[in-house]
Design a protein around this ligand. Sequence first.
Ligand code: GLN
Length: 456
Amino acid sequence: AHLDRIDAIDTGVHAFLHVAGEAALAAAARIDARRAAGEVLGPLAGVPIAIKDVLATIDMPSTAGSKILEGWIPPYDATVVRRVRDAGLIPLGKTNMDEFAMGSSTEFSAYGPTHNPWDFDRIPGGSGGGSAAAVSSFEAPLALGSDTGGSIRQPAAVTGSVGVKPTYGGVSRYGSIALASSLDQVGPVTRTVLDAALLHDVIGGHDPLDSTSLTDTWPSMAAAARAGLADGALKGVRVGVVTELNGDGFQSGVSQRFTETLALLAAAGAEIVEVSAPNFEYAIAAYYLILPAEASSNLARFDSVRFGIRVNPEDGPLTSERVMAATRDAGFGPEVKRRIILGTYALSAGYYDAYYGSAQKVRTLIQRDFEAAFAKVDVLVSPSAPTTAFKFGEKMADPMAMYLNDVTTIPANLAGIPGMSLPMGLAPEDGLPVGLQIMAPAKMDARLYSFGAAVE
Ligand code: GLN
């Protein structure tokens, strides 16, 4: 049914870069056979799932939205992909994204943008707009995304979906094509909090193939979500409202829905506490030094030899340097080039302390803001994004305008803490979905699920 739905509407939505087709039907038949033979399978066995194209899949191209990886089929599965297959989920295909996960709208995909199912003239968020659009258009019940600065939560917010960025190290990054290694985290995109929890339980937990993977044992996120559905689950929960993540620059309908949500939380017995995080105002500046620095280093592997396409220079000698330059010129899009140049500059000799070093110090200050806040409250909340889905082209000419859209989501990545976005109604002025962001202390992902399920 989901393949039929994709067939019927994906020319309009363009959530998918590759559809598994027959391979998905064969995988589903295998699950049916195992179930018929009496095998007891997990709760998500047989459920289809869409996979962001940043994740390596052994049987499908993995391009990360870039021309430079056009047609590349990895020799292995990302750990999260392996785990969803082992749990019996059925990969439906690979979803569209901004090139190498750089962007907030999917307009930087080398394969054309994804359209927001709520309004085809608007962006579905980014970088994981394909995964969010697939879920919200009922092309897929579940999807995987990756979140470096908001790429799961912001697309979830603007498409009316649920998205979770787990604690850094809680979900394996092995086989996730790296953007910024100290920020990247894979997570679920779904229609309900319980669905996200069930998927989190499948993909989470230690992976020896990822050197930053935590060795903790995690509680069941699904059990936490179910606990949140009990009556009175919000009673006495201390909810911190981050002053810096609302107000100026936020669309009025977004702020209005947020204020109403706070009133509902208070009515349900939660204690609303205003908290200030004074260093959040530097989060975007720090992020846009740390991210390009790490990205410029990670993307050095696309050298025309090891992966993807090779392009020869039009004339002159075929030296390895000139072939590399011609390949990168043809293979990388404008945003990727911009960030590689920024990153190499920030890391160059003599500038390291002034840029990357300072940004790391700001990162520590932001972590301390979170620690101070979580000493007073159980969870922090804010709108997930300052605006609803904007129109195509609106922010393409101005990189800063695009970057500012991540003001709400970036702090959680810089601190490595978990964050969730869930729907909180539609903005009255445009009828488009608005997201509520919830953040919890590191390793307290379960708290997000119980609180999220209670709010939902
Ligand atoms: N929009 C942010 C950026 O462009 C976030 C990207 C992400 O989370 N992958 O960097």
